[in-house]
Design a protein around this ligand. Structure first.
Ligand code: FAD
Length: 394
């Protein structure tokens, strides 16, 4: 059919679903609304922060998406009217849709940590959306004193990229080991455990000695406030004065999704596990970080997998066919050092109520493995980044 599908957000989820809709049915009119002409990937941004890779590897344009027959509109979606089935942009254009797909990523909950607002993020970067924030954190690490302290404050679950803060700590420590051997990284966590923690902590001990100090919630409590002018982090138990502070604030679905009535009390968007159609607003699908995708983590790999499945299901719905439940997968690679990679993999089924983990499928890297094994996994991480970005943007 020549139905109209509008996609909001041209990241890993949105660009994938737009392309795969066109592949599923070339008669579909697919419009992708995205405010920026360049996408900066969060995946691999920790390698830039650690000085392993140049910033330029993170940048992608939309020529490939356009060449796939997707109409690109470089504007910000401002308002969705679910009853009228329209989207209005900041340029005042109104798009009518038969189906709307939202993949707008995340928004930070400012001041959830007292004092941590947009102005504070210019002093204490989050670097949890790639772009200038990535460069700011990199610059601060390069310029800090030789015996300085970098603090990382990760949020509670769920959040974008569960292993991300710990990969970041690793690659910062890798840089410090070579360039500022007296400096260290402290992680003031809001959790008592984290993704791949046994693997990370073992690798830290082997590679970085006591250069990385992890404090779970039972040590000092979560970071509850910041004082950017004094470079102070306040936990329940005490204050920490540091040289670089990377605050990763709690997150929620962006305003464009919340204002359209797509989010529940958790701040994220509940969906039908087979079609990704909103449980709250018929005709609107949500995927990627903004959605509640059951057992799947908020990752680029997941957003891409969801984009492909959602495209298939929406194409079927639009041609009057029943959706078919299928399986999805996810692998999150983390670099602990340039030649030391670890991973966690999962396989998921589209159940009746939720996307569920398939038992006894997937798993994590072995806790004991040869150097060669870790080097291979680091190689797979790089290969994955090349493959996925070519598929989504190339
Ligand atoms: P995004 O990729 O953020 O895309 C959302 C898009 O929507 C953006 O382009 C934005 O401009 C646009 N948008 C927002 N609001 C509007 C609006 N109103 N109108 C129009 N457009 C709008 N994942 C992995 O799989 N592997 C990794 O190794 C990995 N490493 C990571 C490292 C770090 C440090 C971080 C922070 C994340 C990492 N991730 C990784 C996670 C990954 O980046 C996200 O899960 C992924 O980007 C989610 O895709 P998305 O499409 O939901 O959102």
């Amino acid at each position: 059919t020549s139905a109209r599908v509008v996609v909001i957000g041209g990241g890993y989820g949105g660009a994938t679903v737009a392309r795969f809709l066109r592949a599923a049915d070339p008669r579909l009119e697919v419009t992708l609304i995205e405010p920026r002409r360049d996408y900066y990937s969060c995946a691999f941004s920790n390698a830039v922060i650690g000085g392993l890779k140049p910033y330029s590897i993170l940048r992608f344009g939309y020529d490939g998406v356009e060449a796939a027959g997707v109409r690109l509109v470089f504007e910000k979606a401002m308002r969705v009217d679910p009853a009228a089935k329209t989207v209005r942009t900041d340029g005042g254009i109104v798009f009518a849709y038969d189906r709307l797909i939202m993949a707008p990523g995340i928004e930070f909950i400012w001041n959830a940590i007292a004092g941590y607002d947009e102005a504070a993020a210019e002093i204490m970067p989050h670097a949890w959306k790639a772009g200038p924030q990535t460069l700011l954190l990199r610059k601060q690490i390069e310029e800090m004193p030789d015996d300085g302290v970098v603090a990382i404050a990760p949020p509670t679950n769920p959040f974008r990229c569960p292993p991300g803060p710990y990969e970041r700590a690793s690659l910062i420590a890798h840089y410090l080991k070579a360039h500022k051997p007296r400096a260290k990284v402290i992680i003031l966590d809001s959790k008592e455990s984290f993704s791949k923690d046994l693997l990370f902590r073992r690798a830290w001990k082997d590679l970085y000695g006591d250069r990385i100090e992890w404090h779970g919630i039972f040590d000092y409590g979560p970071v509850i406030a910041v004082k950017p002018k004094e470079m102070v982090l306040v936990t329940e138990a005490r204050e920490f004065r540091v040289d670089v502070a990377n605050i990763i604030p709690p997150q929620q679905a962006p305003a464009i999704a919340r204002d359209a009535g797509l989010a529940d009390a958790t701040g994220w968007c509940p969906i039908n596990p087979v079609t990704f159609e909103s449980r709250l607003q018929p005709g609107i699908h949500v995927l990627g970080d903004a959605s509640i995708a059951g057992a799947m983590p908020k990752s680029a790999f997941s957003a891409n997998a969801q984009g492909k499945v959602c495209a298939m299901q929406v194409a079927r719905l639009l041609s009057g066919e029943a959706p078919i439940p299928t399986k999805l997968d996810n692998v999150c690679y983390s670099l602990v050092a340039p030649d030391y990679g670890i991973s966690v993999a999962g396989v998921y089924r589209q159940g009746e109520d939720a996307i569920e983990a398939v038992e006894d499928a997937g798993g994590v890297s072995p806790i004991h493995a040869s150097e060669k094994f870790r080097r291979s996994e680091a190689g797979y991480a790089g290969d994955w980044f090349e493959t996925i970005t070519r598929q989504v943007f190339g």
